[in-house]
Design a protein around this ligand. Structure first.
Ligand SMILES: C[S@@+](CC[C@H](N)C(=O)[O-])C[C@H]1O[C@@H](n2cnc3c(N)ncnc32)[C@H](O)[C@@H]1O
Length: 239
C-alpha cells in the first residue's frame, strides 16, 4: 500500500491525528520521532527567555502507538526519543499497540541539562526506544553499539555536536547526523520515513541527505515555517 502521492515529502502543518487519518495501513517504512515527552516549563523559559515553550500537552501516547502500528509495514522499525521518566509509559503503550520491544538506545550529549543543580546528577543523555512491527527486518550496514555517537577511533565515543537552541529557535532540535545514523540502519533509499512530531524539521533534512522520502507533521506554525526553510534548496546550497 502506498500513501496518496501528495504525502511523501510533505511537512504537514497541523495535528498529527489528521495526518495519521490520511495514511493507509502498512504504508510507511520507518517511524522516527521525538515527541514532546516532557514538561519543558521547568527550566527553558527562564534560562532562554526568547525560546517558545514547546507544546507538550498534545502527546497522546496511545494514539501515537496505535496509529504508528497501523501505518507501519510489517517487519519495519520505530524509534521514539524519551527519558528515564517517560520510558516505562511509552514502552508500555508501544507494546500494548502490538510492537515488539527490541532495545533502548542511548544518545550521549556533549552538554548537560540543568534541573536540580545541587540535589541530582546532571542529565547528559536521552533514550531512544527501538521497537519493530512483528519479526524485525535486519539492521543495515555494520553492527553498531546501542550508545550512539561518532566513533573516530577504536573504543572512543565522540558525542554529536549539540544544536544550539538559537540555531532554529527550537529548544529540542536533534543533530541531523544522529537521525541519519538511524535512518541508514533502518530503511533503504527511497523508502518513506514518518515523523509525526516534526519540530524544526531535522528528520526531513536527514531524509533528504540519505535519499529517503519523508512525511512529517508539526502543529506549531512557527516551527513549521522553520522546517520548510531548512529543506529549501537554498539551505542545501549553504548547509
Ligand atoms: C520535541 S519536538 C521535536 C523536535 C525535532 N526532533 C527537531 O529536531 O526539531 C516535538 C514537536 O512536536 C510538536 N507537536 C506537539 N504536539 C503535536 C501534534 N499533536 N501534532 C504535530 N506536532 C505536534 C511540537 O510543537 C514540537 O515542535
Amino acid at each position: 500500500m502506498q500513501p496518496p502521492p501528495d504525502l511523501p515529502n510533505l511537512i504537514y502543518l497541523g495535528d498529527n491525528r489528521d495526518l495519521f487519518a490520511r495514511l493507509p495501513d502498512d504504508s510507511v517504512d520507518l517511524v522516527l520521532t521525538d515527541p514532546p515527552y516532557k514538561n519543558y516549563r521547568s527550566n527553558r523559559p527562564t534560562a532562554h527567555p526568547i525560546l517558545k515553550r514547546i507544546q507538550h500537552g498534545q502527546f497522546d501516547v496511545e494514539l501515537f502507538a496505535r496509529e504508528s502500528y497501523r501505518v507501519l509495514k510489517s517487519g519495519c522499525h520505530l524509534y521514539c526519543f524519551c527519558d528515564h521518566l517517560t520510558f516505562p509509559g511509552i514502552r508500555t503503550a508501544l507494546v500494548e499497540a502490538g510492537f515488539k520491544y527490541r532495545n533502548c538506545l542511548v544518545w550521549v550529549k556533549n552538554n548537560h541539562g540543568s534541573g536540580d543543580l545541587r540535589g541530582n546528577w546532571a542529565p547528559q543523555h536521552e533514550f531512544i526506544i527501538f521497537v519493530s512491527k512483528g519479526k524485525p527486518q535486519p539492521l543495515r550496514g555494520r553492527r553498531q553499539s546501542n550508545v550512539l555517537g561518532r566513533r573516530p577511533g577504536k573504543g572512543l565515543l565522540e558525542p554529536f555536536p549539540k544544536v544550539s537552541n538559537y540555531r532554529f529557535n527550537h529548544g529540542t532540535t536533534k543533530p541531523v547526523e544522529l537521525l541519519q545514523m538511524i535512518i541508514q540502519a533502518s530503511s533503504k533509499p527511497d523508502e518513506i520515513v514518518l515523523d509525526p512530531y516534526g519540530g524544526s524539521g531535522s528528520t526531513a533534512v536527514a531524509c533528504i541527505l540519505e535519499g529517503r522520502r519523508y512525511i512529517l507533521s508539526e502543529i506549531d506554525p512557527e516551527y513549521h515555517r522553520i522546517a520548510l526553510e531548512r529543506i529549501s534548496p537554498e539551505s542545501f546550497i549553504k548547509p
